[in-house]
Design a binder for this molecule. Structure first.
Ligand code: NAD
Length: 354
């Protein structure tokens, strides 16, 4: 994207520009197009250099780096997860990311990824549900009505046609805000008094709660035959949302097993418990939902290829728009290797300007 002569300038998408890009595209169109990029990259899974994310844990949270490459492009995301942050007016999850050209190693894009993570997580959940949810699903229980929740609802509407929501959060104001934010998007919304009430009549149950503990957001008696569970909130060692017995009754689908075994709901199960990799379903190598009575579980933790897809999509989407700034990020002397000379020339320039 940089014009000739501006090789050291890197397109940068600020939070403001990301919001403008998403709004100019339309939230549902953005989610649908992003889902297509995510699906395309899952389909060529074997082309990627894959590693479980590098996580630095502390008492109240985690900071993670999520790298991957397809040999032509390299991407990484910096992301945190700090459930207590909301008490001091901060986000639980914030992120930024970089896409680079493998041949030169030069960054092609630097972007905010807090909003983009919510979009890519929701788009990935909806892609998985397309293969796993019961046919004709229209009703979703949404438990945990924080930052991720509206994005999940919008993706399931755009990609699956979900138009009935049953909300539950331990903080009723969170459900109220979620309902208010989704007004005018064509949902029929009911706020429920408990998780048990929320799952009544739901075809899909999404859990997106945040608490650094082994929680039981869903207990075994809450999950009837035929349901698809989209478990988003359990994404760290010691941080889960589902009772173990549900896992034993479900067919479990995961992103990258070496990462999900550490971070996902399946950390509760022996390391050899059978799971299906989502990419194999998307590539047509393994079946998704096989029967109406089956309980399917997408044990979402978020994987680097999804961020790579999001970075790729944003870079393509930016073309022809002005929703970015050019950032002076790379020291790139006119004469390669004369980095110190560049510093001296700046010194001379500064002196002559005085
Ligand atoms: P958030 O803090 O904004 O919202 C979490 C909500 O859950 C809050 O409204 C809180 O009141 C509610 N909650 C907590 N305990 C609950 C309970 N027992 N029952 C019902 N509601 C409860 O967090 P967020 O940004 O929306 O993220 C939610 C979770 O999703 C986090 O754990 C985050 O780490 C995870 N996440 C996962 C992915 C992924 O790819 N799988 C991506 C982003 C975030």
């Amino acid at each position: 994207m940089p014009a000739p002569g501006t090789l050291n300038l890197v397109p940068f998408v600020s939070v403001e520009n990301m919001m403008n890009l998403v709004l100019a595209t339309g939230v549902e169109t953005f989610l649908t197009e992003l889902a297509a990029y995510i699906e395309e990259d899952f389909r060529r899974w074997e082309a990627f250099d894959k590693t479980a994310r590098v996580a630095s844990h502390s008492t109240d949270g985690v900071i993670e780096l999520m790298p991957t490459s397809d040999g032509r492009l390299y991407g990484f995301k910096y992301v945190n997860g700090h459930p207590k942050n909301t008490r001091t007016g901060r986000q639980t999850v914030t992120a930024f990311g970089v896409l680079s050209d493998v041949e030169s190693g030069y960054p092609l894009l630097l972007t905010e990824m807090t909003i983009l993570t919510a979009l890519r997580t929701a788009a990935t959940s909806a892609v998985a549900a397309r293969y796993l949810a019961p046919q004709g699903a229209r009703t979703m229980a949404l438990i945990g009505n924080g930052a991720q929740s509206e994005f999940q609802a919008m993706a399931f509407k755009a990609i699956l046609g979900i138009d009935r929501l049953r909300l539950f959060d331990i903080e009723p104001t969170a459900s109220e805000r979620c309902r208010r934010n989704l007004e005018g998007f064509g949902f029929d919304i009911e706020i429920c008094r408990s998780g048990e009430q929320a799952v009544e009549g739901a075809d899909i149950v999404t859990t997106a709660t945040a608490d650094k503990q082994s929680a039981t957001i869903l207990s075994d008696n809450m999950i009837g035959a035929g349901i698809h569970i989209n478990a988003v909130g359990g994404d760290c060692p010691g941080k889960t949302e589902l009772h173990r017995d549900i896992l034993l009754r479900s067919d479990i689908f995961v992103e990258f097993p070496p990462q999900t075994r550490i971070e996902g709901e399946i950390q509760q199960l022996p390391a050899d418990h059978p799971v299906t990799e989502l990419w194999q379903v998307i590539a047509g190598l393994k079946p998704g939902r096989r029967a109406a009575q089956q309980i399917t579980l997408f044990d979402s933790v978020g994987f680097a290829t999804e961020d790579f897809s999001a970075l790729r999509y944003v870079r393509d989407r930016l073309t022809g728009t002005d929703h970015f700034d050019m950032l002076d990020l790379l020291a790139d002397p006119d004469e390669p290797r004369d980095l110190f000379g560049m510093l001296l020339r700046r010194k001379a320039l500064n002196a002559s300007a005085q």
